[in-house]
Structure formats: C-alpha cells, structure tokens
Design a protein. Structure first.
Length: 521
C-alpha cells in the first residue's frame, strides 16, 4: 500500500511515479491523521508536507488558498479541500478516477511549491535535554546506561513499596529512599554491579552525579552514598494529584528564554500526541504514551520551566506561551493520572494539574482563568452559577503576583485553542507569537465550522456549550455573541446567521450537550 512519511519532503510508494496528490498537515492534527489514513486505505499515493515546524510558511499557504485550516489536500495543483471533502470524493470513487485520468503534473500549485524552496527539509531532531545534566567527565553512552538503570529502579514497585515511605508509613512514590537501600537494590538487580557492593556504591555515586538520583534537600553529594537519602526522579514522575508535575527533579542549570523552552516543549508534546493518535484521528493512547521513552524525555524537559523568567514577555508572547503550556499540562496529566470521570472529579482535576513555572505554581485553572481569560472567575464559581459573574472576584487575588500576567484585553478565541482532553474539545494545535493571530483565527474557524449549525428556515441556531459557559467573554448580549460567532463561520453560514440577526425576533438558540467522554483509546 502506498504511504507517505510524516516528515516534510519524504515519501515512499510502490510505484516510482511522482505523486499527484499532496497533503499539507501539522503534527497532532486529528483531521490530518484521518485524511492520510483515508488516502492510504484508498491506495492513493500522496506526498505529505508537515508544516508544524514552519508556522510562517503555513500562514503563507493559508493566505494563498484562503483556507484557514489543515489538512489542505491538492490534486495536480487544484485544492480539493480538507478531510471531510476528501471523504466525499473517495466515497463515490471520483477522486480515484481523477487521479487515474490526470496526466502527470505537480501535485501543488507553483505558488505554494515556491514557498517550500527555502524550507529546510532535513529531518529535525527533537530538542535534547541531556546537556544540562551531562557532567564534563561523563559520555552520552554512560548517561544512557545510567538512565536505563534509573528507569528500572523507578519501575520496581515492590522496591518502592518497601522503601519509599511517607507519613504514617504509607507508600509514597516521591518520598526519599535511603542510599543503603539503593545500593542493596543495585547489588541484587544490576548486572553491571556484578553483585559487588563496591561497584554498586560507585554506580550509586554516578547516578547522583548524573542527577538520575536526586540527593535529598540538605544532603551532600560528596558523602558516601550509603549515608545519604535520595529521590528517584522517574518514580516521582507521578506525584500526588495537586503537586507540580514538573518538580520531580530540580533543574540544575539556568533556563533558556521562556519562549525557547515553550517551543521545545511544544515540539515534544505534539510529537507525542501525533505518535499516539489513532489513524482516524479520534482517540489518543494515553497509556502507551505514559510508557514511552519520549514521554520521559518530555517530563524531564518540563522541569526547565522551574527556572524560566516571564518578565518582559509581550502580550502575544504570553498568550502563545500559556496556551501551549495549558495544552501540554492537560496531555501530561491525562497520561499520568487518566482523565476525570465525573463532574466533581473534573472540578478538582483542572485545579490540581500543576506546573512550577518560574518558581510559582500554576494549575490548568490558573492558566485559563487567571492568565488567558484576563483574571476572570471560573464559570463554575458560585456567582457565575447563579448568573452574576460580575459580583465575583478575579481568579487571582489582587495581592497575587501571578495576577500581573493576566492578558488584557483577553481574546475569546482562546476557548477554541485550549484542549481539555474531552471529545467535544478542540484538537491540539501549536501557537507562536509571530503567527498567533492566524493560529487563533484558524482554531476558531475549524471549531465553529463543525459545532455551529444555522437553520435559517426555522430561525434556529445550535451552538457548543463552550459558547454558553463563556458567553460573557465573547459579548454581553446573546445577539452580540451570535454576531461575533458569525465572524468565525464559513461565508454561507455567516451570511445565513447575519440575515437571522438583521430583522425579526432573536433566533432560537440551542446548545449541544457537551461530550465529556475521553478521547482515549
């Protein structure tokens, strides 16, 4: 079966003909995944252009085509549309017929092909986290070996059940473990120690040097390993709910600029999401994600957020930073804890998923309501529930230094960009300060196209519950909100909605029940 590589510019096929079909995608996009799977099942050879790491080029492609969303599918230079249009063309075999009948020509229009000429098509490596940990006297090969030992140690549940104890003797994954217990484990379980206690002590020292064992605060790395106590970072990757997910180890070096750290995390989390997204784009294998080495890579990388400085970030930089971090923390938390299953669980969950960012704790709720919504109360707050959100205080108290990060003015399009892990949530996307406007426009257009229904004949409009819960973020009155929604709709739907609003009584508005089912395999 012909297939296309997931990296820009790579493809393999049973035949050697130049592909007549091209698909422009981004990593982690469920509609892109579905489109590629449909083409594979139909046996149509295609070339994929993944522009997830080239947002500027993607923005220019969207300007040329006039289409704000991906995938964008082309046949011999003609734009066919997205995944839905592709499915229609495949259902009656019309696409197969057109592929066979078209003479060989470039899949993309010349204007779009020209955009790719300056694009680096070489394989991009994921950002490395080893350098801050790699001592001058340690090779990457030794680090990799020690990393494997630390992972095996952290995975030994019986060991942690015996030795990692919290209050009243209860087992606790992030509790300190005595150095003597670690050395005992190495003697019994690590082949490179060969059962020799001296070699096991030396390994324990090297694990501490590599930060794969974290000396307990106040402890000394120079003291003998058996006299100290340690935390095992991999074992602490699943802290108690409510503790920061990225504080399993202390970041040992100065952090890079906040935008650079966020960019590295964005690349990692979208690579993970794409790797474990089902072929039809509807499910994510979070259990498989949590077991993957790339996930450990991501979690360790997230520790760098502890040292970032958010001072001096522009409004656009703060928005892009916190949208990406919010989406990352939701994916991270779902992989570690699983998704909440009840309303009460959800209320607690979003307030309990946390990162340490610049030395302060930020929960998903803090990021959404305190920062991105301009320090507004949650729709679940008491006054919001009784219809008087204006009586409620902001999410952050005035004395809270985090309140200085609140986005002002807030942009309601963030609600189409934030991913909560439920089936009714928008798909994960990536945002950069430079292309933030285009990214939010695309997110709003994609979400509203699929969730807003306009029945002109019966004067009825169907909306997502997001537009009910957060209606005040869009506009004070229902009529103004509907006018705002019209800005995000395709031309024909927008025109129908504007005509409904231009005269007569207000249309009837119904809200689609929110599907809190998890997008989990």
């Amino acid at each position: 079966m012909p297939s296309a590589g997931s990296e820009f510019g790579t493809a393999t096929a049973v035949d050697m003909d130049k592909p007549k079909v091209a698909v422009i995608t981004t990593s982690g996009c469920p509609h892109c995944k579905r489109a590629k799977n449909l083409l594979k099942e139909a046996g149509i050879y295609f070339q994929e252009y993944n522009l997830g790491q080239a947002p500027d080029v993607l923005a220019n492609v969207k300007k040329l085509t006039g289409k704000k969303t991906v995938p964008q599918i082309f046949l011999c230079g003609e734009l066919l549309g997205g995944a839905d249009e592709l499915q229609v063309l495949l259902s009656d075999n019309s696409l197969q017929t057109r592929v066979e009948s078209n003479i060989a020509s470039d899949a993309l229009p010349a204007q779009i092909s020209d955009l790719f000429e300056s694009l680096d098509v070489s394989d991009k490596q994921l950002p490395s986290i080893l350098l801050p940990y790699l001592p001058s006297d340690m090779s990457e090969e030794e680090f990799a070996c020690l990393d494997g030992i630390s992972l095996r140690l952290s995975s030994d549940r019986s060991f942690h059940g015996r030795h990692a104890r919290g209050l009243f003797g209860r087992s606790k994954g992030d509790a300190p473990i005595s150095g003597r217990s670690v050395v005992d484990w190495l003697v019994e379980n690590e082949p490179t120690a060969g059962g020799d206690r001296g070699k096991a002590e030396a390994l324990c020292k090297r694990l501490a040097v590599a930060r794969l064992l974290e000396p307990e605060r106040g402890g000394s790395e120079s003291a003998g390993p058996e006299s100290g106590s340690f935390r095992v970072p991999y074992a602490a990757m699943r802290p108690r709910l409510g503790k920061p997910l990225n504080r399993h180890l202390e970041w040992p070096a100065p952090a890079r600029p906040a935008q650079e750290v966020a960019e590295a995390l964005r690349e990692l989390i979208t690579a993970l999401y794409d790797k474990f997204l089902s072929d039809n784009g509807t499910k994510v294998d979070y259990d498989g994600m949590a077991r993957d080495a790339l996930f450990r890579h991501y979690v360790n990388s997230a520790a760098e957020l502890q040292k970032v400085s958010l001072a001096g970030l522009s409004r656009e930089q703060r928005m892009a930073f916190f949208i990406n971090i919010y989406n990352a923390i939701i994916v991270h938390g779902t992989a570690v804890y699983g998704a909440p299953t009840s309303t009460l669980d959800r209320l607690r969950w979003f307030g309990s998923l946390k990162y340490d960012i610049g030395g302060a704790e930020f929960s998903a709720d803090d990021i959404e309501h305190g920062v991105l919504r301009g320090n507004r109360p949650s729709p679940a707050s008491l006054f919001a529930l009784i219809g008087r959100p204006q009586w409620a205080e902001g999410h952050f108290k005035r004395s809270d230094p985090r309140a200085r990060l609140a986005i002002d003015p807030m942009d309601p399009r963030i609600h189409f960009a934030l991913v909560c892990g439920a089936k009714s949530c928008p798909p994960i996307r990536v945002y950069t300060p430079e292309t933030l406007e285009e990214g939010l426009d695309a997110a709003a257009a994609a979400f509203c196209e699929g969730s807003v229904s306009v029945d002109k004949a019966n004067r009825r409009v169907e909306l997502s519950m997001i537009l009910k819960w957060y209606g005040q973020d869009f506009a004070p009155s229902l009529r103004e909100r509907l006018a705002k929604v019209a800005e995000f709709l395709p031309d024909h739907k927008a025109q129908d909605l504007k005509e409904l609003l231009s005269g007569g009584a207000e249309p009837t508005v119904e809200y689609t029940p929110y599907d809190w089912g998890v997008n989990k395999k």
